[in-house]
Write a protein that binds this ligand. Structure first.
Ligand SMILES: NC(=O)c1ccc[n+]([C@@H]2O[C@H](COP(=O)([O-])OP(=O)(O)OC[C@H]3O[C@@H](n4cnc5c(N)ncnc54)[C@H](OP(=O)(O)O)[C@@H]3O)[C@@H](O)[C@H]2O)c1
Length: 228
């Protein structure tokens, strides 16, 4: 198994991904801001790399530290005190430095339902509440699509912190919406990393039980069983 570098591993989907991959015996690195919570990651045996996605030098240093052939997952998001966003600027730094470093086997970017070609199908409420963040994430998606990296984009629906259902699905339907548990998003990321057919794809991620669309629900046929 290739080493994995996670940006956004202190909480939520990123932490759950680190936990699941460590349980599977994988070598995992986490890029963590100075002062952010790294104790649970260290307890899992995750190797901590300190830095801030908005500080390009620290991002470059992180890519210099991880072994050749590593895979990368970014779940970062949010706004810093000075107004800059990890959603666009932070992820753009990761994409630029990953290419500069070379030797990155996969790059999985976690954004949001409503990004990219899904934008025309957003509700007025979704635009009012999440529009700015989603538009910033779309900028990162566009940079990743234009990159030389072996990329995959995963766009979760509304995130819930509940135990996994094992019913998470990926969909290329631009009108898909719904909810998904963070632990199921982590599981889908693991399957995506193990399925080369997902390279160059952008997928909504929802729980099959909450998938809502005007179209027939046609999950992307991920290879392999759910990674438990
Ligand atoms: N909430 C929803 O319903 C929803 C729906 C769809 C998509 N999403 C997106 O899905 C992703 C995962 O969400 P989540 O709720 O599981 O996680 P989250 O709570 O949004 O965690 C964000 C992670 O990004 C890190 N981060 C933020 N800015 C950073 C920076 N400048 N440098 C390094 N790390 C930085 C945070 O670290 P710190 O501990 O240092 O803050 C944290 O680990 C996010 O991108 C989110 O926007 C959320």
């Amino acid at each position: 198994m290739r080493p994995l570098l996670i940006f956004g591993a202190t909480r939520g989907v990123g932490l759950e991904l680190g936990r699941q991959e460590r349980q599977g015996g994988r070598r995992v690195f986490a890029f963590v801001r100075p002062g952010s919570e790294s104790g649970p990651l260290s307890d899992l045996g995750v190797e901590i790399v300190t830095g801030d996605a908005l500080d390009r030098e620290t991002v470059a240093a992180a890519f210099g530290l991880v072994p050749e052939g590593a895979e990368v997952v970014s779940t970062i998001g949010g706004r810093a005190a000075d107004g800059r966003r990890a959603d666009d600027e932070g992820n753009l730094n990761l994409i630029t430095e990953a290419q500069r470093a070379g030797g990155i086997a996969r790059f999985v970017l976690v954004t949001s339902i409503g990004c990219g070609e899904m934008a025309p199908f957003r509700s007025a409420r979704a635009i009012a509440v999440f529009g700015e963040a989603v538009d910033a994430k779309t900028k990162a998606e566009e940079a990743l699509r234009a990159s030389s990296l072996a990329w995959t984009i995963i766009r979760p629906g509304g995130l819930l912190s509940e135990p996994a259902t094992g019913q998470g699905i990926l969909s290329t339907d631009a009108r898909m919406h719904g909810f998904i548990h963070r632990s199921d998003v982590a599981e889908l990321i693991r399957r995506v990393l193990r399925d080369p057919a997902t390279i160059g794809g952008a997928f909504a991620a929802v729980d099959a039980g909450s998938a809502r669309t005007v179209n027939p629900v046609e999950p992307f046929p991920l290879a392999g069983a759910p990674a438990r």
